[in-house]
Design a protein around this ligand. Structure first.
Ligand SMILES: Cc1cc2nc3c(=O)[nH]c(=O)nc-3n(C[C@H](O)[C@H](O)[C@H](O)COP(=O)(O)OP(=O)(O)OC[C@H]3O[C@@H](n4cnc5c(N)ncnc54)[C@H](O)[C@@H]3O)c2cc1C
Length: 445
């Protein structure tokens, strides 16, 4: 993966090697274009990557993929990466507080979910009927229009969802999928996630967890595929300016290197777009109006024989507590070959923001020891904060167009999807959209 200094003949330059950039690269290469990927960091993957700790290789935050991530799975297929090599598939197994709902892998959607609801334990029949009605309504009726967007909290209130249902199902789903609290989150985006993710075609609601860390499971195999196909991947190249030429572009990097390209795909996070304000004034001004949400993960290494009853376990929100609240636990021993390693995930802003890493780890350990006193103290703990994990999926959010004011300069990224929140699937789809647009222009190769 050495840096290639001879970059002047590049045809399509992709800036950023996150899932959006990699998706664009794979599709464009397969369409026969010559492609170079320029990445600011020393490694690929962007927000989907691993972090090397002294005692383990972990992710920058626990990621879950869904069976509904059709284009992500298609991308793996195109790179000749068998799903079973990198992902462990589990039928939906929803355990939040006393609620336990699971779907059968033998039945089609949404029958599997409705049957799972009927058989769910830890809830009442009136709750099941109310939840079933709402899900059936979403399945049968098209989603809310963007003009009529309201908050998820308001949308749930209008559908008479109880506090119990909100705290055991809807709030946890909204935090996990939109990384936004229900009071601020867009019902428009939320309905799309429920329809496609929970009620979508067969096995859409399956949870797919990486069998190794993110880089080893997903990113490195895609990079290896691209390199085997002659795609130039150049690390430590931070783009600092784009100059439009009569034909194509001249790119200037922070390390004094330059490159030329006929088309440029800026697959960088939205917060970084303002550096290129002159070339894309609309998108750059859009990014100034959006808000970002963190995701904090505390890794706790317990003895290897420690495990949870399921790979993923949630906790209902309780408004009374003064302490931080555990949201999701992931048992990495059950899918990532890391026995005894528990990932504690805290989405969005919360009381954890006021604590430093040491205080937060101590608080999480205290809460875990209240729930699992027999586990004893962990061998080590490590806190990873992604301060701008995703943009906030606010009511009325309208992403910019992937086509900028500068012809030939395109945008790709998880923030561009018209009805999905910032996810791997949204990023992959946006890379594919760029490739399709370029293909439709029938540019000379
Ligand atoms: C902790 C955490 C947990 C998450 N959990 C989930 C989950 O469970 N499921 C899910 O689907 N999604 C999840 N996500 C969201 C998912 O990771 C992102 O949506 C996705 O990775 C975004 O991909 P991207 O390509 O759009 O952007 P990025 O991954 O941010 O990639 C952009 C790339 O551009 C590079 N770059 C930036 N500026 C420049 C420049 N000037 N020049 C060159 N390169 C540049 C960056 O270094 C980066 O590599 C999570 C995110 C985080 C942070």
């Amino acid at each position: 993966m050495g840096n290639n200094q001879q970059t002047s003949n590049t045809h399509i330059a992709i800036i950023g090697s996150g899932m959006a950039g990699l998706s664009a690269a794979v599709h464009l290469q397969q369409l026969g274009h010559s492609v170079s990927v320029y990445e600011a960091a020393q490694h690929a993957g962007g927000r989907t990557r691993s972090v090397h700790l002294a005692r383990a290789q972990v992710d920058n935050g626990q990621h879950i993929l869904l069976g509904a991530y059709h284009q992500t799975l298609n991308l793996l297929h195109r790179c000749q990466i068998p799903e079973h090599q990198c992902l462990q598939r589990f039928p939906l197994d929803w355990r939040v507080g006393r609620l336990h709902l699971r779907t059968s892998k033998l039945l089609p959607s949404p029958i599997n979910l409705l049957l799972g609801l009927i058989q769910a334990v830890g809830t009442t029949w009136s709750e099941k009927i109310s939840l079933g009605k709402l899900m059936l309504g979403l399945y049968l009726k098209p989603s809310l229009s963007k003009q009529d967007d309201i908050s998820v909290a308001q949308w749930l209130a209008e559908r008479a969802q109880s506090v119990w249902a909100i705290e055991h199902i809807w709030r946890p789903i909204c935090l996990a999928a939109l990384n936004t609290p229900i009071e601020q989150a867009s019902a428009y985006y939320f309905c799309h996630v429920i329809r496609d993710g929970l009620l979508g075609s067969h096995r859409a609601s399956d949870m797919l967890l990486c069998k190794q860390d993110l880089s080893q499971a997903l990113i490195n195999p895609i990079i290896q595929y691209l390199q085997s196909q002659g795609v130039n991947i150049v690390y430590s190249h931070r783009l600092i300016s784009i100059e439009k030429l009569n034909r194509g572009f001249s790119l200037q990097f922070a390390n004094q290197q330059q490159a030329q390209a006929s088309h440029v795909i800026l697959a960088i996070p939205p917060a970084n777009l303002s550096a290129f304000q002159d070339s894309l004034p609309q998108a750059a001004s859009w990014t100034k109006q959006i808000h970002y949400q963190p995701i904090t993960t505390v890794y706790l290494q317990y003895a290897a024989n420690i495990s949870l009853p399921a790979p993923m376990l949630g906790f209902p929100h309780t408004s009374t507590t003064n302490s931080i609240e555990l949201q999701w636990l992931f048992d990495r021993g059950q899918f990532a070959q890391q026995a005894g390693l528990i990932a504690v995930v805290l989405s969005a802003h919360g009381k954890q923001d006021a604590l430093d890493n040491q205080q937060l780890s101590a608080e999480v350990i205290r809460l875990m020891s209240e729930r699992y006193p027999e586990w004893g103290a962990p061998l080590w703990a490590k806190c990873i904060r992604e301060k701008r994990a995703t943009h906030r999926c606010d009511v009325g959010l309208t992403p910019p167009n992937m086509l900028t004011e500068t012809p030939g300069l395109l945008l790709a990224g998880d923030y561009l999807h018209p009805h999905y929140p910032a996810t791997i699937e949204a990023a992959v789809q946006s890379g594919l959209d760029c490739a399709r647009w370029i293909e439709a222009q029938d540019i000379s190769r």
